[in-house]
Write a protein that binds this ligand. Structure first.
Ligand SMILES: [Zn+2]
Length: 118
């Protein structure tokens, strides 16, 4: 199986078949954070130790800062530098971060898992 397809599809880093998250949709509120204990296909341990995914928070933080900087750059290009430094940018950026938060969460967890098992 194509590794990129497996990564983006939320699949196991070893076999590329088993799903890492219980819910297919990142916006399923009740199971948004739920990760399988092990791969349903090859039994790779997805949670090898307590606090394993703490490293993923650094990836999520980096993504969030990069996304906000990108939004600020777009805002500056459209409205000019001084007009970008206003409350509207903060509110729009906060709404966008709220919308994309589940995607950043899953991407950072997947990246951390794949780094650890590749
Ligand atoms: Zn597997």
């Amino acid at each position: 199986m194509n590794k990129w397809k497996a990564f983006l599809g939320g699949r196991c880093p070893r076999c590329g078949v088993g799903k890492v998250f219980e819910s297919r949709s990142p916006y399923s509120l009740s199971k948004m954070l739920t990760t399988h204990k092990e791969c349903p296909n090859c039994h790779l341990d997805f949670i090898p130790e307590i606090g394993f995914y703490w490293g993923a928070t650094y990836i999520a933080y980096t993504l969030t800062v990069a996304f906000s900087a990108f939004n600020f750059g777009i805002s500056t290009l459209i409205f000019g530098f001084m007009n970008s430094l206003n409350f509207t940018y903060v509110i729009v950026n906060a709404i966008l971060l709220f919308i994309f938060c589940p995607l950043f969460f899953r991407f950072s967890r997947m990246l951390w898992l794949w780094i650890a098992h590749d």
